[in-house]
Ligand binder design. Structure first.
Ligand SMILES: *[C@@H]1O[C@H](CO)[C@@H](O)[C@H](O)[C@H]1NC(C)=O
Ligand SMILES: *[C@@H]1O[C@H](CO)[C@@H](O)[C@H](O)[C@H]1NC(C)=O
Ligand SMILES: *[C@@H]1O[C@H](CO)[C@@H](O)[C@H](O)[C@H]1NC(C)=O
Ligand SMILES: *[C@@H]1O[C@H](CO)[C@@H](O)[C@H](O)[C@H]1NC(C)=O
Ligand SMILES: *[C@@H]1O[C@H](CO)[C@@H](O)[C@H](O)[C@H]1NC(C)=O
Ligand SMILES: *[C@@H]1O[C@H](CO)[C@@H](O)[C@H](O)[C@H]1NC(C)=O
Ligand SMILES: *[C@@H]1O[C@H](CO)[C@@H](O)[C@H](O)[C@H]1NC(C)=O
Ligand SMILES: *[C@@H]1O[C@H](CO)[C@@H](O)[C@H](O)[C@H]1NC(C)=O
Ligand SMILES: *[C@@H]1O[C@H](CO)[C@@H](O)[C@H](O)[C@H]1NC(C)=O
Ligand SMILES: *[C@@H]1O[C@H](CO)[C@@H](O)[C@H](O)[C@H]1NC(C)=O
Ligand SMILES: *[C@@H]1O[C@H](CO)[C@@H](O)[C@H](O)[C@H]1NC(C)=O
Ligand SMILES: *[C@@H]1O[C@H](CO)[C@@H](O)[C@H](O)[C@H]1NC(C)=O
Length: 813
């Protein structure tokens, strides 16, 4: 077999196997040798069998015909054993009968559920050319005796749990063409002896914990086609000798700690198709020489420190096969070059999070294969050219675009994100013509006027409709009769008025509904309780009125996770069973499919963001944590007792009932809500004592009982003692506050003098006296500080106090 026959890296297994088996004999008519037969049978007996997992072989038949067994056609010795995907479920013993099959050339035990260590005696099977133990549960170190298998051409130990370092003896395998150790727990550096493997075609060490630099000896592997070192902790510079690997076709150095520049002239990599250095700290200017390589198809440079303008060599022949170009999250500046139009096969261009300026060049119209364009988070401006409506996905958010060109051609757009630009004027009606549109985000612009009823034309296909924070006015049109795919609907922070659209009842897929901060005047839409997947409902700061409860109609809301109806005009009482059907606040669902989808497709992961809890503190939930459960009923006129059924909502993290007219004792069953992080009961008419049982709420970081009619001792638990003094102020007679409040100047300090802003100190430790000065009653009601981080990337939310940024914390770990 010549080297060039082994060319294709991605189909190695298939191709290599078929090539190898061609060169081997097919099963023969010769009888197998008794000693070989016995060794095979004893070997298979080393693994447990039972009725559901019988031995693969029929002992009475000719062993050279057994499945997976191949004998030499002259000598009848067993030369190949392929039991891949046979469920063996045990260890390979150090004295296994396998090692009596000393003529074996191929041993394939891929996916056999092998456990335990790789026995060092494998090194005795000196005729092996192929050894595949991948996709098992092997542990321990790679035995250095494998360095004895001098004839090996293919060694695959990937997808196990192997530990320790890569033995230097692997460098002895100088016939090796494929070395695959990916997806293990290997540590240490890449041994420089790998530079001895001068026949190597593929080197795959990705997804381990390898450290240090790539050894310079790697430059000797001048037959190498594929090099996958991604997802390790490799660092430093690429060796200069890297430029020697001119036959490379596939390179992945993704997700390491490289701080290198790229070779200054990359045009020598004349076979390169796939080049991935994403998620490192690579430096330097745009690698323009890369884009002269004719074979180039896919380039990932994103999440690095590249800088300067994006520019291409001035030639007519730029990589004609380039399909995917990822440049996001770098420091590129300057305009998008007109010459980008020379990549006639470009399908996706990802340029987000750079400092690119200027307008979208008209030459992009020549990119007839382009379907995905992400230019978000740059400094682009001007008009969006009409020909772009034939793309399927366009993300232009966080720029300064201000107008559109309307297309006369067919439009194919499915996802359109124009969030946070400078668009203004009436709602663009031509959007109603974008048949097939699924994701629409026009939020944080200056669109005004009414929402046109023609949007009804899109509701068959729309999954996300995000119009938040514009100046849209008039009545929210009742256009959702056929919106059965709609998952997210957000018109918050506009000036919409009138009734709440009843046709939303048809949106059986709805998960996220936010109409916060409008002037909608209607009764509580209790019928939303029948929507099977509704997770988040915010009606906050509107003019909703009347009771939250309609006899026989209020049940449902089985999937609700977050509800914020604060700052409306709801009144009436809640019956004791009010919350009894709110199942997703009672137990977390077993598995969250949505969570997986979020990772795979960012558009499914509509930034389910909302602001919750106000009066002084405004929290903006960039992305709502999957296990976050919250109820905010504050700022209404709800009265009566807290419904007992709230004690079922064991997953609740935030409960805000402040600023209503609740009466009676603070119920002991609140102690059932053991995951509570925030509890605000301030500004009601609660009487009696604070139940000592609330000491059990060990996760609570913020509580507020102020402005009630409470008396008696404050519980001694540490989470009580950590609270600010102001959380207890203005009650009838609470005591035991010495440690919380320091010296108490007067028994009932409620009067406010001149309001002051909160201090900048992160802990905001203000004492009783300061609190009295800073806040009068009313201002304090509903002051809630909590912390919520997202499931997706563990970013913490931003808290704002009175519009001022108080604290931004990123990364929870
Ligand atoms: C695999 O082996 C383990 C013991 O090592 C045993 O507990 C388990 O039941 C076996 N699995 C099956 C499916 O036979
Ligand atoms: C492997 O070879 C070594 C000598 O190189 C010998 O000591 C050992 O017994 C052999 N193991 C098996 C299982 O044959
Ligand atoms: C392997 O060694 C174990 C003890 O270490 C012994 O029980 C077993 O019979 C041996 N098996 C073979 C095939 O020699
Ligand atoms: C393998 O490489 C090491 C270090 O790079 C070197 O010292 C050794 O001589 C080489 N062995 C062979 C057999 O080439
Ligand atoms: C690069 O390749 C040349 C020949 O192709 C060889 O002479 C040189 O030693 C190699 N450099 C390194 C660092 O391996
Ligand atoms: C990788 O680099 C990052 C930042 O450059 C650093 O914080 C991190 O500690 C590095 N990791 C290792 C294992 O060196
Ligand atoms: C880059 O290298 C190629 C050959 O590998 C050579 O033809 C070309 O002249 C070099 N370009 C520059 C600018 O050095
Ligand atoms: C909406 O659809 C109706 C009927 O299909 C059509 O008459 C109307 O022109 C469409 N409106 C827009 C703005 O596309
Ligand atoms: C609302 O949009 C404007 C731009 O129109 C932006 O400046 C402002 O920050 C946005 N407000 C919020 C709360 O996102
Ligand atoms: C919309 O805003 C524009 C200015 O951008 C203004 O001229 C126009 O009167 C506004 N229309 C409405 C309905 O408010
Ligand atoms: C609730 O408020 C409405 C006015 O918004 C009033 O008409 C009604 O009587 C109130 N209901 C109760 C039970 O207080
Ligand atoms: C509180 O929890 C206890 C034990 O889990 C349970 O017996 C009780 O019914 C719960 N109370 C309420 C009001 O849910």
């Amino acid at each position: 077999m010549t080297l060039s026959q082994c060319y294709c890296f991605s189909l190695i297994i298939t191709i290599y196997f078929s090539l190898l088996f061609h060169t081997l004999a097919s099963p023969t008519q010769h009888f197998c040798r008794p000693n070989q037969r016995d060794a095979l049978l004893e070997f298979i007996d080393e693994f447990p069998t039972d009725a559901s997992n019988p031995s693969p072989w029929d002992k009475s038949s000719e062993c050279c015909l057994w499945e997976g067994v191949t004998c030499h056609d002259k000598s009848s010795k067993v030369i190949s054993l392929d039991l891949s995907y046979t469920f063996l479920n045990s260890t390979l013993k150090i004295n296994s009968s396998l090692f009596r099959l000393s003529y074996l050339r191929h041993l394939n035990l891929n996916g056999c559920n092998l456990q335990g260590e790789i026995p060092s005696s494998l090194g005795n099977l000196s005729r092996l050319t192929l050894l595949d133990l991948a996709s098992n549960q092997l542990v321990g170190e790679i035995p250095s005796s494998l360095g004895n298998l001098k004839r090996l051409r293919y060694l695959n130990l990937g997808a196990n749990t192997l530990t320790g370092e890569i033995p230097a003896s692997v460098g002895n395998l100088n016939q090796l063409k494929y070395l695959i150790l990916a997806a293990n727990e290997l540590r240490g550096e890449i041994p420089s002896s790998l530079g001895n493997l001068s026949c190597l075609l593929e080197l795959s060490l990705s997804a381990n914990h390898l450290v240090g630099e790539i050894p310079a000896s790697i430059g000797n592997l001048n037959e190498l086609r594929a090099m996958s070192l991604g997802q390790n902790i490799l660092s430093g510079n690429l060796p200069i000798s890297f430029a020697n690997l001119t036959k490379l076709n596939h390179v992945s150095l993704r997700s390491n700690n490289f701080t290198s520049i790229l070779p200054s002239n990359m045009s020598g990599f004349h076979n390169l198709e796939h080049f991935d250095v994403g998620a490192n700290s690579f430096l330097g200017s745009f690698p323009k020489s890369l884009f002269t390589i004719p074979s180039l198809q896919v380039v990932y440079l994103e999440e690095n420190q590249f800088m300067g303008p994006i520019e291409f060599v001035d030639t007519t022949s730029l990589s004609p096969k380039l399909e995917l170009l990822y440049l996001a999250h770098n420091n590129f500046d300057g305009p998008i070059p007109e010459s980008i139009s020379k990549f006639l096969n470009l399908g996706e261009l990802h340029l987000s999070h750079n400092n690119v300026i200027g307008t979208i060049p008209r030459s992009i119209s020549k990119l007839v294969n382009l379907y995905y364009l992400d230019l978000s988070n740059n400094k682009l401006e001007g008009k969006i050219p009409g020909f772009l409506w034939r793309l399927t996905t366009m993300t232009l958010s966080h720029n300064f675009f201000s107008s559109f060109e309307i297309s006369s051609q067919e439009t194919l757009i499915q996802a359109l994100d124009l969030n946070s630009n400078s668009f203004g004027g009436p709602f663009p009606r031509w959007i109603c013509k974008l048949k097939g549109l699924s994701f629409l985000d026009l939020s944080n612009n200056l669109f005004n006027g009414s929402i046109p009823p023609c949007l009804r034309n899109l509701t068959d296909s729309l999954t996300d409709m995000i119009l938040r924070n514009n100046s849209l006015s008039g009545v929210l049109p009742d256009i959702f009769a056929s919106a059965t795919e709609l998952r997210s609907f957000d018109v918050s922070r506009n000036k919409l008025e009138g009734k709440f659209p009843k046709s939303l009842i048809n949106c059986k897929a709805l998960e996220f509904l936010n109409v916060e901060s409008n002037i909608i005047k209607d009764k509580f839409p209790y019928w939303l309780g029948s929507l099977p997947s509704l997770h988040v409902l915010s009606l906050r700061s509107n003019e909703f009125y009347g009771p939250l409860y309609h006899r026989h109609k209020s049940l449902g809301f089985q999937s609700l996770r977050v509800i914020d109806i604060s700052h409306n005009d709801f009144n009436g009482t809640l019956p004791s069973y009010y919350f009894s059907t709110w199942l997703e606040m009672t137990t977390l669902p077993d598995e969250d499919d949505r969570y997986m989808a979020d990772i795979v497709n960012p558009f499914l992961f509509y930034r389910n963001s909302m602001e919750m809890v106000n009066k002084g503190v405004e929290m903006s939930f960039e992305r709502i944590r999957q296990d976050f459960r919250a109820i905010d009923f504050s700022g209404n006129r709800i009265y009566g007792r807290i419904p007992e059924s709230i004690g079922f909502l064991k997953e609740l993290r935030l409960l805000n009932l402040s600023d209503n007219t609740f009466i009676g004792d603070i119920p002991r069953f609140l102690a059932n809500l053991t995951k509570l992080e925030t509890l605000d009961l301030s500004c009601n008419k609660f009487s009696g004592q604070i139940p000592q049982d609330l000491d059990k709420l060990t996760f609570v970081s913020y509580m507020n009982f102020s402005h009630n009619l409470l008396h008696g001792p404050v519980p001694r638990g540490t989470q009580f003692q950590r609270q600010k003094c102001s959380s207890f102020m203005d009650n009838t007679k609470l005591y035991g506050l010495e440690e919380i409040c320091g010296e108490i100047p007067s028994p009932n300090p409620t009067t406010s003098q001149q309001p002051e802003e909160l201090s900048d100190s992160e802990e905001q430790m203000f004492n009783w006296v300061a609190a009295t000065i800073a806040y009068g009653p009313g201002v304090l009601c509903g002051l809630v500080i909590g912390h919520i981080f997202t499931s997706h990337n563990h970013e913490w939310f931003t808290e704002k106090v009175g519009g001022r940024k108080l604290r931004v914390t990123t990364r929870a770990h």
